[in-house]
Design a protein around this ligand. Structure first.
Ligand code: PGA
Length: 249
């Protein structure tokens, strides 16, 4: 059975004190689902979050990293730096990174390689913008994002890759893909993987949905057969809401 995952992407929210408060609230929540639970605080709070949560089943993950091992890349963070503060998983390719920071498929392929070479697990994000959805181009866009950044990898690399389909038009907008739209796209993604790597790989990779997942819609979305969990933005900033989503499985 595929691993179910609920990951909270805090984005650029919460200073040190706010991180401590939210983490304390998260620690007090009872998890009833078998889903793996992850939170991604900002870089400056990773160490503190890791220290506070290391004996719990909440994993602390990173929102981004650079592809280089070290060097003259002002403002950037490397895979080994993340590992040194307890991080084992990194989100790559979030649409906000692509849109505001110019991350291309080519850059993302290098980041994926660097993460895997450092034994980090990757949550690889992709998704179409509204114009692509409206013009019926959404599958072609998603297929090219996946191919360009991941299809140079060996099949065995997919043990350490989680996919996150996040339609850009649904992120932070309050508008979600319908459960059927999510299921259709997730099935298409699995077919794309299967064509390249075979059914075993395709059926073993967890595919998360992201984009305005809330306590009131999580159960229906997670109930779809090819949806293995969620990448949660806004609702991850409230411990009760986040755990209501975790427990929606
Ligand atoms: P949202 O963000 O839940 O606030 O829509 C999702 C994401 O960006 O991962």
């Amino acid at each position: 059975m595929r691993q179910q995952i609920v990951a909270g992407n805090w984005k650029m929210n919460n200073d040190l004190a706010q991180t401590e408060t939210l983490i304390t609230n998260l620690k007090n929540q009872v998890k009833t689902s078998k889903a793996e639970v992850m939170i991604a605080p900002t870089f400056t709070n990773l160490w503190q979050a890791y220290q506070t949560l290391k004996d719990t089943d909440i994993e602390v993950i990173a929102q981004n990293m650079h592809f280089a091992a070290n060097g003259a890349y002002t403002g950037e963070i490397s895979a080994s730096m993340l590992k040194s503060v307890g991080v084992k998983t990194v989100i790559l390719g979030h649409s906000e990174r692509r849109e505001y920071f110019g991350e291309t498929d080519e850059i993302l392929a290098k980041k994926v390689d660097a993460a895997l070479a450092n034994e980090l697990r990757v949550i690889f994000c992709f998704g179409e913008v509204l114009a692509d959805r409206k013009s019926g181009n959404h599958e072609a866009v998603v297929e090219s994002q996946i191919k360009n950044a991941l299809f140079h990898l060996e099949a065995s690399a997919f043990k350490n890759i989680v996919l996150a389909y996040e339609p850009v038009w649904a992120i932070g907008t309050g508008e979600t893909a319908s459960p059927e739209q999510a299921q259709d796209m997730h099935a298409f993604i699995r077919k794309t993987l299967s064509n390249k790597y075979g059914a075993d790989v395709a059926n073993s990779v967890s595919i998360l949905y992201g984009g305005s997942v809330k306590p009131n819609n999580a159960q229906e979305i997670f109930g779809k057969p090819d949806v293995d969990g969620g990448l949660i933005g806004g609702a991850a900033l409230n411990a009760d809401d986040f755990f209501a989503i975790v427990n929606a499985f």
